[in-house]
Every structure is written in C-alpha cells, then in structure tokens.
Design a protein around this ligand. Structure first.
Ligand code: ADP
Ligand code: GLC
Length: 482
C-alpha cells in the first residue's frame, strides 16, 4: 500500500474559503483505496464549527522548537467517509475568527509552524508517507524542511514531495532576516537558488525548488505560469523546472454537487427533465431574494470571492449598461470592500433586478447554481475554477474569459456546428465581456431550442474526479518508483 499525505490549509467538510478546500475534501476520496492510503493533515482552527470539532479526537501533544520557544503541538484525528484527517492544534496561532489573517506576518508565522509541526508529528503517529502532497504556499516549507533537517533520520529518508499550485498569486513573502528567525533555516537557504526572490524570502519558491514534482490545476494555467504576465515573478523558475511541471485539471464532487439529490434544493432535476423542473428553483429563488417574479427573465449568477482575480473591474465598468438589458443578476460573495460596496450599490439602484448577497452561504450558492440561466466568471486569471464546473453540472450556462481552467473546461458555443457548452471571450476587456453576455441573451431569448441544447451538452460533460484522480495516481506511482 502506497501512503500519501495531503498537507493543506483548508479542506471540506471542516473549513472552506475557496476551491482549495473543495479539492482537498474531494480528491482523496477518489484515489483508488486498493493501492493508496491517502490521509490529510490541516490546522485545527478555532473557527472550525463546533459540529465538526466534535468529530475530532485528541490523540497526543508534544513541544516543538519554534521561533526561539518550545511551542505546543496538539494532534487530533477524525475520520470522514473512510478518509483519516489529522489536525494540528495550537490555539494561540490558529485562534482567529478566519483561517487567514488580515496581517500577513501572522500567516507567515502560523504556516511555518504548521509545516514544521506536520513533519514532527509523522514519526509519532507512525505514518510514514511515501509522498507528502503539499498544496499552495502555506505548505511550501514542507519540501524545504524535508530536505534540510529531516532528511538525516531514517524515518524521513526517501520521502518525496509534490507541490501543487492552486494560485500562484499567493506566495508567502517576508524579509529574509525575520524569515531566518522564524524558520530556523541556515543562511545559505536564503540564496537565489533556494528561498530568496527579489530580495525577500519566498515560501512558495522554496516549495517549488525543493519538491520532486510540481503540479497545477489545469494545463492552460501550467503553460500560462511560465509567462511573465501570469508568472507572478516565478515564471523563470517554473520555466527552468518545466519538465517537472504538470497541469491536472480539477474535478468536483459529483455526490455533493448533483441537482438530482442536492440537499439544499427544494426542486430536483436531471439532464432529462431540466426543461420542466429547473425553472421551479428559479421561481423559488426570485421569491426568496425579492427579485421580480418572472419565469422568462434571463438570470445571471455569480458566486465568488470578490477579488481582482475574478474580473470584477470588468463588471464594474459595464454594470449600468448590463442592468438596462432584460436581465436579473444574483451575486453571492465576500471579499474586497470596493466590490462588496459596488454590488450593494447596484442592488439598491436596481432593486428587484439585482440581488447582492454579501456573505458566505452553502445553501444560497447551491440555489444560485440551480436557478440561474447563466453563470458569469470573467476572471483575469483562473488556475482552474470550480464554479463553472458546478454551473455545468446544474445546467447553468457559463460565460467565461478564456484563461486557465476556464479555457480548458468551457467549450465556446458555435452556432454553425451546434457545439459548445458556454460563452467565452478572449481579451480582458469589459465590452468584449458584455458582447458575450449579450450573445448569450440573444440565444436564450430567440433560440430557446439551441439554448436547451447548450444545457444538454453542458450537463453531459464529465468533470468528476474520475479522469484526473487517475492522473494523480500515475504521478504518485512514477514518483515512488523513481
Ligand atoms: P477560488 O478557489 O479561486 O475561490 P473556485 O471557483 O475554484 O475559486 O472555487 C470557489 C468555491 O467557493 C466554489 O465552490 C464556490 O461555490 C465557493 N464560494 C465562493 N464564494 C462563496 C460564498 N460567498 N458562499 C458560498 N460558496 C462560495
Ligand atoms: C484556487 C484557484 C481556483 C482553483 C482552486 C482549486 O483558489 O483560484 O481557480 O479552482 O484554487 O484548485
């Protein structure tokens, strides 16, 4: 049995701020249990719900050298759907109201501690993984520590590591003198061939340099990050390691996201009966959110972190124009204040037409995916994107910019060939986006049969983990035998 440990900063069903948590909660379940024992380790944040904390069992604790102190490390365990989760407990570091702090220094501290604690915990729980699969910068120091101090003892000898980049924008950068103190790593690690980048210490860079393989979450993004525009300063390094970089597109949990059984929906439907049944969800949502009751109105949904990454400045630019069309717009999201306030403003200005829901809600998100006619995601960059995959599964037609995973998963509508699953545009330009939305509107209003065929094709796509989980397995096998 090959042993794999996922190390990550969030994971469903315990804690989620974005798509990373969906991946951590769903991919391990789809790795073949006959050959692989996949376990997960993550922080035990104080903000995890009590219900989920009640599922955890205290195992043991110890003290670890960290930042000039002996720091407490508690270890908890839980089992969900046959998968073992470990949790690292430290209330002073993981005690905030959200997993990530407003103060980036606190994040550097807590995730350096976490990375070190993960490795220190393994011999005690007697789980020696063949591979530690690290996700995003928060776990970037694990391959570095594996290389530095932990490679001496027999236990750690030969453990391989993988660094998966879910978002290159976030790298965990801090000044070198402080990072030396926090990490305890010797000075020579802070050189340009290791952790140093543009005069700072860069944790993700360390992960990329020291891991045995690097992956990201779509093949287009894998190519994009080797260019200056998308490379976030690390394109040179990624080009240098291009033989070790793979793009494996994400899947979604087809049990969790299924319009036929979804526990948040009052009205269920499937690829056969969506023409009659999906609309019932739209009616219900219009009523729940105080939108004008109109079956026919073209309803556009957005469920997102409200950040620049997601293309909200394009929407800001043409929102007034768009609101003069025969449409309804439903937004669910939290994030940058400027976008939260922008949507609140449009909700006030176009009441009954625009509904801004500035909070986090699983329930409303599922209702939006099920109720809307189209789903808008005009991202500036998008490593993979799960929302458009959920939209496809729910027969809601995605309108996306052709970047990263959006390009790999949404096939543009071609009215001459009767093909495609959504609408897309190339340039990061507000009026190009508006033209795509209006093209979608015109098909919806004037060619209803074509629109329904678009939905047919979208619902027939398969973005479960079936294919991609196999690709991870192949990589695990290859790396272990190497
Ligand atoms: P990212 O990871 O960049 O935020 P993804 O598209 O990969 O983008 O994943 C976003 C996930 O977070 C989706 O499952 C989406 O439904 C969910 N999500 C985002 N914002 C909210 C919100 N306000 N309420 C509920 N779910 C949300
Ligand atoms: C990141 C990316 C998103 C991706 C998710 C899961 O948050 O922004 O595109 O789908 O990670 O890999």
């Amino acid at each position: 049995m090959k042993k794999i440990l996922f190390a990550a900063s969030e994971g469903v069903p315990f804690i989620k701020t974005g798509g990373l948590a969906d991946v951590i909660g769903s991919l391990p379940k789809c790795i073949d249990k006959k050959y692989f024992d996949v376990r997960i380790i993550m922080p035990k944040y104080a903000c995890i719900s009590q219900k989920m904390k009640d599922m955890m069992q205290y195992k043991f604790h110890f003290y670890m050298d960290f930042h000039w102190k002996q720091e407490y490390v508690g270890v908890f365990e839980a089992e969900v759907e046959g998968i073992t989760y470990y949790f690292i407990d430290n209330e002073s570091l993981f005690g905030e109201a959200t997993p990530y702090s407003r103060d980036p220094y606190l994040d550097i501290l807590k995730f350096t501690y976490f990375s070190k604690a993960v490795l220190s915990t393994l011999p005690i729980i007697d789980f020696r993984p063949d591979i530690i699969h690290c996700h995003d910068w928060q776990t970037g120091l694990i391959p570095v520590y594996l290389n530095e101090r932990f490679h001496q003892g027999d236990f750690f000898k030969g453990i391989k590591s993988i660094m998966t980049i879910h978002n290159l924008k976030f790298q965990g950068k801090w000044d070198i003198p402080s990072m030396k103190e926090i990490t305890g790593l010797p000075s020579y690690f802070f050189a340009p061939d290791k952790l140093e980048a543009y005069k700072d210490a860069n944790i993700l860079k360390g992960g990329i340099v020291f891991s045995n393989a690097i992956t990201t979450v779509s093949s287009t993004y894998a190519n994009e990050i080797m260019t200056e525009f998308y490379g976030e300063g690390l394109d040179g390094l990624l080009c240098a390691r291009q033989n070790d970089v793979r793009g494996i597109v994400n899947g979604i949990d087809y049990d969790e996201f299924d319009p036929e059984t979804d526990r948040y929906l009052e009205y269920h439907y499937n690829p056969v009966n969506f023409r009659k049944e999906k609309i019932k969800n739209k009616r219900a949502l219009q009523e729940q959110l105080g939108l004008e009751q109109d079956d026919k109105k073209f309803m556009i949904g957005i469920v997102s972190r409200l950040t620049d990454q997601k293309g909200f400045d394009l929407i800001a630019h043409v929102m007034d124009e768009l609101c003069h069309d025969n449409v309804q717009i439903v937004i669910l999201g939290t994030g940058d204040e400027k976008y939260e306030n922008m949507f609140r403003h449009f909700d006030w200005k176009y009441h009954g037409k625009v509904s801004a829901n500035i909070f986090y809600s699983e329930e409303i998100s599922h209702k939006i995916y099920a109720s809307c006619d189209a789903f808008l995601m005009p991202s500036l960059f998008e490593p993979c994107g799960l929302s458009q995959l959920i939209a496809l599964r729910y027969g809601t037609v995605p309108i996306v910019r052709e970047t990263g995973g959006l390009k790999d998963t949404v096939e543009p509508y071609n009215e001459f060939e009767n093909s495609g699953t959504g609408f897309s545009f190339t340039n990061y330009n507000a009026h190009e986006m508006l033209a795509s939305i209006r093209y979608a509107e015109s098909v919806y209003y004037n060619k209803k049969r074509e629109w329904n065929k678009l939905i047919d094709r979208g619902m027939a796509t398969d973005f479960s983990w079936k294919v991609s989980a196999k690709k991870y397995q192949e990589m695990y096998d290859w790396l272990i035998d190497r």
